[in-house]
Design a protein around this ligand. Structure first.
Ligand code: FES
Length: 105
């Protein structure tokens, strides 16, 4: 499935991501050496995988855990999502996201 991630320097990274490896967007970024920490391991508990969704892709509903975490995170916008809560599946073809600033920088 085709996914584009814009890094914090504004550089676009385009991936043909496998849908059969049970990855989420945070793991895809890490696997491709983008600077996404994924500190909590994908439990919606750290917001280090926050990104802004720029395409009008139909994404899974946000869980209460994701909404709670985004309530506490910095740099949150209306289009913020936690990358670890976005499964890499055929449904997200054409997804474009931009990485949110790193809270620790
Ligand atoms: Fe921690 Fe996504 S990796 S919230």
């Amino acid at each position: 499935v085709n996914v584009t991630v814009i890094d914090r320097q504004g550089v676009e990274h385009n991936f043909e991501a496998p849908t059969d490896m049970d990855l989420n967007l945070m793991e895809l970024c890490k696997a491709n050496e983008l600077p996404v920490k994924g500190t909590c391991g994908g439990m919606a508990l750290c917001a280090s995988c926050q990104c802004y969704v720029l395409s009008d892709t139909d994404l899974p509903e946000q869980s209460d855990e994701e909404l709670d975490m985004l309530d506490q995170a910095l740099y949150v916008k209306d289009n913020s999502r936690l990358g670890c809560q976005i499964p890499i599946s055929e449904n997200i073809e054409g997804l474009v996201v931009e990485l949110a600033p790193d809270e620790e920088d």
